[in-house]
Structures are given as structure tokens and as C-alpha cells.
Design a protein around this ligand. Structure first.
Ligand code: TRP
Length: 354
């Protein structure tokens, strides 16, 4: 592998239609990361998906669709490594070791589990509870230094850092004895932010844009046609005041704030920049401008996704190639982890990896 200074890893679950929130909060930023001096790995986390029930045929289609979205948005599968989690067995293997490092008390604090399990916690899968440990394994199998994620993943990233730290400490002398540097696992930096770290529903600016919202008008799907995109923006909920000239004026105006944030993220500028141009404007002026911008940015992606998903053989070949390259890296980490933990391995020990 070429020597990059950063290793970027992120994952997207193949659990239904991707929408503008997934695009601005994740995929668009993945594309930008390719411009840094970094090896980027982008993973379709199908093993995370089955922590809640997935119809098998639908799941297969969704894995290919997320892959198509990655490619259509501009992730280059030659420069970056694009793959699906279940093809690289080291994720599950490392998750088991981490199950024995992470503490019950740490997982009991995870708010996403509480939300997703709801009231009937006894009936949630063990996988759902263990989800953050598998996520730590995803990241640390590559010893990733940077992870672009949405704000909702912050707590999971903190858990990843805690697991890395505890592993480094618990096995400190074994890590040294095997010739690795004491920070065997890096303390990964989350990359959270940008103007659209949280994209909200178009029908209610206080709720996150979500694939499970009963109203399709609440979200823009990545597969929506140009007319649909424009119509959803025209119908988006707003208040009746003109846009403010300062970002401060967006406080207490969740719908206005959301639309300005979407504009900024699509245009690659800040909210301040948007208000410099549109401060004082009515929504009757701003919405058509936003609709134009959204259509010119998103409609080509939808078109490219349709073209790509028509050829599943090509998508599967991209995933197979990415999985092979990912496994080459992850296998080195796992060899080292097995030595450090005290397992007896079949092959001769690899040299220190990095
Ligand atoms: N939990 C993440 C989400 O729902 C998806 C994910 C799984 C992930 N493994 C990851 C994100 C590793 C970043 C890194 O958005």
C-alpha cells in the first residue's frame, strides 16, 4: 500500500432509499476526502443492516444501490476502496476480540440502542446491542485515523476510541514484545460537521430527514427525478418572514435554517455566504434558486445510479475488487492482533505492519 498520512474509513447501511441527508452528511463528504492525502475505504455495512430484520432479496438490491450511489456521486473505486463488509471476514473476527475488551457498562450507555430497541428491549437482537462494537472493528481493522460521520454517530466513535485505548493499555507489554508501537490502534478522529451535518425533514424542521418518515415529501431521495426534487422543495414548509442577513437570525427558525443549510452544503459554501446573497429575500425567491441548485446537483446522480444499477454484474465486480484490497489490509491487522492477544496462528508472523 502507498504510504498515506491519513486513513479514512466510513460506512453506510444498505437499509432503504438513500436521501439528501445521507448524501450531504456522508457520501458527498466521502468524495471530498479523496482529495486529501489519504487512503479512503468506503464500506457498505451489510452486517450492521441485519441487526434489524431485512428481507433477503431487498437487502441484496440495497447493497448494490448504495454502491451505485457511491460511484454515481463521484467516489472513484480505483483511488478509494469500495466494498461490502460481509465479504471481509476480519470485521467479524476483530469484533469478537473487541467484545472481550468493551465493557457491558459502556454499551449500556449507547443512546442509539435505546432509541432503536424502543420499549420492547427484551426482543431486540443481540446484534443491535453489539452494533457499536462491530463498528469499532470496521474502523480499527484498518487502523483508520479519520472517520467522516453524521452527528448521530458521535457516541459510537467515542466508544471506538475507548476500545482502542483499552486494547492498547491492556495488551501494552505484548504489543511492545511483538515490535509494534505502543499506540497499536490509533485514537480515531471523527470528522463531523459541515453546513449539513444534520439535514432536517422538509415538512418539520425539528425532525431529522429520515427514510422512515411516512411522508415522501419530507425527504429528497437520491433516486428522485428532477421534477420531483423541484416540487418537494417548492412544497417545503417555511415560515412567512424573509430570510435574515445574519446566521443569528436563523435561530428559532428551523425550516429556514434547514433550507439555507442545504443550499450551503450543495453549493459548497457557508450559511453566511448564502445569506450574503439571499438576506432579505422571500422564500418565493429563495426556493426556486434552491430547487435549481438541487436539481443540477442531484439529478445527474440519480441518472447515473439508474445506469449503474441496470448492470449488477459491474457493481458486484467493483465490490469484489474492493473487498480483496480491503482484506489485504485487514488481514495484516488481524495477524498482529492474534499475536498480541496470544493466539497461535497457522502462518509465520508478519513483520510489524506500520
Ligand atoms: N453506524 C453508521 C451509521 O448508521 C454506519 C457505520 C457502520 C459506520 N460502521 C461504520 C460509519 C464505521 C463509520 C465508520 O451511519
Amino acid at each position: 500500500m502507498a504510504a498515506f498520512t491519513e486513513l479514512v474509513f466510513s460506512g453506510v447501511q444498505p437499509t432503504g432509499n438513500l436521501h439528501l441527508g445521507n448524501y450531504l452528511g456522508a457520501v458527498k463528504r466521502f468524495v471530498e476526502m479523496q482529495e486529501r492525502d489519504a487512503q479512503c475505504l468506503y464500506c457498505v455495512v451489510d452486517m450492521h443492516a441485519i441487526t434489524v430484520w431485512q428481507d433477503p432479496e431487498a437487502l441484496r438490491g440495497q447493497i448494490r444501490e448504495v454502491t451505485a450511489a457511491f460511484l454515481a456521486a463521484g467516489i472513484d473505486p480505483k483511488r478509494s476502496i469500495v466494498f461490502n463488509q460481509s465479504q471481509v471476514p476480519q470485521h467479524a473476527e476483530l469484533a469478537w476480540v473487541f467484545n472481550c475488551v468493551a465493557r457491558l457498562g459502556w454499551l449500556n450507555r449507547m443512546t442509539q440502542f435505546k432509541e432503536k430497541a424502543g420499549k420492547d428491549r427484551e426482543n431486540a437482537s443481540i446484534g443491535l446491542y453489539d452494533y457499536p462494537v462491530l463498528m469499532a472493528a470496521d474502523i480499527l481493522a484498518y487502523r483508520a485515523t479519520h472517520v467522516p460521520v453524521g452527528e448521530d454517530q458521535k457516541q459510537h466513535l467515542e466508544l471506538t476510541r475507548d476500545i482502542a485505548q483499552k486494547f492498547n493499555t491492556d495488551f501494552g507489554s505484548s504489543i511492545a514484545a511483538h515490535g509494534h508501537c505502543d499506540a497499536f490502534f490509533p485514537i480515531t478522529e471523527p470528522l463531523i460537521g459541515g453546513p449539513a451535518a444534520r439535514v432536517m425533514s422538509l415538512r418539520d424542521g425539528t425532525k431529522k430527514m429520515s427514510k422512515s418518515d411516512p411522508s415522501d415529501n419530507a425527504r429528497i431521495n437520491l433516486t428522485d427525478e428532477a421534477d420531483t426534487i423541484a416540487q418537494k422543495i417548492r412544497r417545503a414548509k417555511t415560515d412567512s418572514d424573509p430570510l435574515p442577513s445574519e446566521v443569528d437570525g436563523l435561530k428559532e427558525r428551523p425550516e429556514a435554517d434547514n433550507l439555507v443549510g442545504i443550499y450551503a452544503a450543495l453549493a459548497g459554501i457557508t450559511r453566511e455566504d448564502v445569506l450574503r446573497d439571499f438576506g432579505g429575500a422571500q422564500f418565493s425567491t429563495f426556493k426556486p434558486a434552491l430547487a435549481d441548485l438541487a436539481v443540477t446537483s442531484l439529478a445527474p446522480i440519480a441518472g447515473e445510479m439508474r445506469r449503474l444499477t441496470a448492470d449488477p454484474g459491474h457493481i458486484d465486480a467493483v465490490l469484489a475488487d474492493g473487498s480483496n484490497r480491503a482484506e489485504t489490509i485487514a488481514a495484516q491487522t488481524l495477524d498482529a492482533v492474534k499475536d498480541i492477544v496470544g493466539f497461535v496462528r497457522r502462518g509465520p508472523s508478519l513483520q510489524a505492519v506500520r
